[in-house]
Design a protein around this ligand. Structure first.
Ligand code: NAD
Length: 353
């Protein structure tokens, strides 16, 4: 296996209560005037106030899903005339995504405090949606310098968000294993990420061992974020970006529905990677892994029908065409025509084939 391995410099703090170290981490960067970004939530505003009160910070809570270009303009206008020296994203991929878009414009460093399992905090990948098309790219300015993973912040995450968000992390691990630029480290993280998420997700949502299980799922999601950064994702991510960007479908819910279908679609290709995927899921074949991913949807109370997310039947061909338009690596070669039956199954919520 030939490979290229790089590890950008960044600090990751993981543990119950590390959120209380946010002010220290900002000061370690030499900063004192943060702009804090989040999606609107009174609760998170109060928590932020409790740890950042001594600093000269401002909270902007207008982050929105898929980072619409207008939301970046609005946030940029909010920054005008004030002198911030860093961006602090507290929230899921939407808050972190807005911080990334602003970092590209301003060059300010980002400190991320994730509160979902999306993994964006570990990557230099940015995305902005304009005119129904989501454009993504990689830029080191978008890579957070410091990440604080505090499992205690996840206690308030509703099961309806947590379950699908963890399946988003699972998708990063699955596609990293068959990525053309996988390396021995990404392979280890990805398989372990699958094992941690599959083994602990249900108990992380309810039950007596919830907090221990949240820690395990969060560790898996961190690994998912790392392998997302190290490798190039395939068909699954392309389809989900197309569904999100062109139809406005919600990010994590779409990932959760699509994952079993894409594992099944690729199951007879990339044999070695597929064996690792199956092992991570605790199954013996990739088809069984697809079945387990499909069963997880009802296990975590997620929808399994794209129609229920607002997709129309007539959108299927448009999405297949858009997703097949550019060449990118995927174990199984495909054309738009090959994607139609896969999308039809997901649209109707049928078991993966
Ligand atoms: P999100 O950030 O929109 O959060 C989902 C919902 O959960 C929001 O309503 C939010 O307010 C709420 N929420 C978040 N944390 C909470 C908590 N602890 N308690 C209560 N409510 C909470 O969704 P997401 O799935 O985290 O992120 C999706 C976005 O991230 C998409 O735009 C996607 O493209 C992007 N993303 C980017 C990358 C990358 O590497 N660039 C990776 C993954 C996702």
């Amino acid at each position: 296996m030939d490979f290229l391995f790089t590890m950008p410099e960044k600090r990751v703090l993981f543990g119950g209560g590390v959120f209380s170290r946010l002010k220290d981490e900002i000061e370690k960067l030499g900063c004192a005037a943060p702009l804090v970004l989040s999606t609107s939530s009174k609760r998170s505003g109060e928590k932020i106030q409790s740890v950042l009160a001594p600093l000269n910070y401002e909270l902007y809570d207008g982050a929105r899903m898929h980072v619409p270009a207008e939301s970046v303009e609005e946030a940029f206008a909010f920054m005008e005339g004030r002198s911030f020296d860093c961006l602090v994203a507290v929230g899921g991929g939407s808050s972190i995504g807005l911080a990334k878009a602003l970092a590209l414009r301003t060059g300010l460093p980002i400190v991320a405090v994730p509160t979902t399992y999306a993994g964006s905090e570990m990557t230099p990948i940015w995305g902005i949606t304009e005119g129904g098309v989501k454009t993504t790219g990689r830029d080191d300015r978008a890579l957070p310098k410091v990440v604080l993973y505090d499992p205690e912040l996840y206690a308030s995450l509703p099961a309806s968000v947590a379950g699908v968000s963890a399946m988003n992390a699972l998708a990063h691990c699955v596609e990293a294993l068959y990525a053309e630029n996988a390396n021995p480290v990404s392979d280890l993280f990805a398989e372990e990420g699958i094992r941690l998420i599959v083994g602990n997700l249900t108990s992380s949502l309810t039950g007596p061992y919830k907090s221990e299980a949240i820690e395990c799922v969060l560790r898996g999601a961190w690994m998912g974020g790392m392998v997302l950064a190290m490798t190039t994702m395939g068909l699954h991510h392309k389809l989900c970006h197309t569904l999100g960007g062109s139809l406005g479908l919600p990010h994590a819910e779409t990932h959760a529905i699509m994952l079993p279908h894409v594992i099944a679609f690729n199951s007879e290709y990339a044999g070695a990677a597929m064996r690792k995927i199956a092992r991570g899921f605790g199954t013996t074949t990739p088809k069984e892994a697809a079945g387990r991913a499909y069963a997880m949807l009802s296990g975590v109370g997620a929808k399994n029908v794209l129609k229920d997310l607002g997709m129309r039947f007539e959108d299927i061909e448009k999405v297949a065409d858009l997703a097949a338009r550019n060449k990118y690596s995927n174990p199984r070669p495909f054309t738009a025509g090959k994607l139609v039956p896969l999308l039809e199954n997901a649209y109707r919520g049928k078991a993966p084939e």
